[in-house]
Design a binder for this molecule. Structure first.
Ligand SMILES: [Zn+2]
Length: 298
């Protein structure tokens, strides 16, 4: 009989260009990892083939898998393992990912939003271990998020809870693809920076802050909006810890004391006095690692 101690979990993070995949041992250590093209532009059947390939490769390499977890951006019906739609996959509508994998490999499987998976990775294995009320914010191409509330992943009524990039911080602001206006994501993401200064990468914009006036202004605006958003989240959820991750989070490392100080000062006194703001531990493969842990919580 397979127990938690000896079972090996497979986690997949399915992105628009790549599938990141890991195998965890019973101690939740990564013992093999792979990255393969997701072939998303060729439609769901091509992605299905890629998913099967990577799971089969792990099996062929001698891993006695007892669970497969999958993370994917977008709206996920985690109860039925269905991707309703995803920004990474233009033509996807109600794709039954769990059914595909179950029919082919006869393994238990769970599917969830990629940001929720990243949150689980941090909660079980990263900087969020033992935290009762945790907010994870990933500052990347967009802004993703996940919530651990009262020691459980909070998913809302339809599995869409925790879309922390899509609360508005500007009622007259930029229209967001989600349908709202002035979303946090429109101001604090790589795509937001690129929209304002198309010729430069976000990394370069942060690097040139001391030598380029336009970059300095952009970073200043970015940090201002980030502080406003974090204060709102702090007041709504009264968390123990907010973790900041994603590619852009590296750019804000020099400003973290200023961010902490602002949020502590502008949030409710009890909230600000208790709150900690830190950076995530896992950067590259947290979505895949968290996917492999999906069976621990639900
Ligand atoms: Zn939005």
């Amino acid at each position: 009989m397979t127990t938690r101690e000896n079972k090996r979990r497979c986690g997949l993070d399915i992105g628009g260009t790549q599938i990141k995949a890991v195998v965890l041992d019973g101690a939740f250590q990564v013992i093999e990892e792979l990255t393969i093209p997701s072939n998303a532009s060729s439609g769901p059947p091509a992605v299905k083939t890629a998913i099967f390939e990577v799971i089969q490769k792990f099996l062929d390499n001698g891993h006695p898998l007892s669970f497969v977890g999958v993370g994917c951006a977008g709206s996920v019906d985690s109860v039925n393992g269905v991707i309703r739609n995803s920004p990474n996959f233009a033509n996807w509508e109600n794709v039954g990912l769990a059914q595909w994998i179950t029919e082919r490999f006869h393994l238990p499987i769970k599917v969830n939003n990629d940001a929720n998976c990243a949150t689980l990775a941090e909660w079980h294995l990263g900087e969020g271990r033992g935290i009762k009320n945790l907010i994870l914010i990933t500052l990347g191409t967009g802004v993703g998020g996940g919530l651990i509330l009262q020691n459980r992943l909070y998913q809302g009524s339809t599995g869409t809870g925790g879309e922390l990039g899509h609360f508005s911080i500007n009622s007259n602001g930029i229209i967001c693809p989600c349908g709202n206006r002035g979303c946090f994501e429109r101001y604090c993401s790589a795509s937001a920076l690129k929209a304002q200064l198309p010729g430069l990468s976000p990394k370069t914009i942060f690097e040139r802050v001391h030598t380029d006036k336009q970059c300095r202004q952009l970073v200043s605006d970015f940090l201002h909006h980030l502080k406003i958003g974090l204060t709102s989240l702090a007041n709504i959820f009264d968390p123990d810890l907010i973790l900041l991750g994603g590619g852009i989070s590296k750019g804000i490392v020099p400003y973290i004391e200023d961010i902490r100080s602002w949020v502590k000062t502008t949030s409710f006194p009890a909230v600000g006095a208790h709150l900690k703001i830190e950076f995530t531990k896992h950067q590259n493969n947290s979505g895949a690692i968290g996917a492999a842990l999906l069976d621990l919580d639900m």
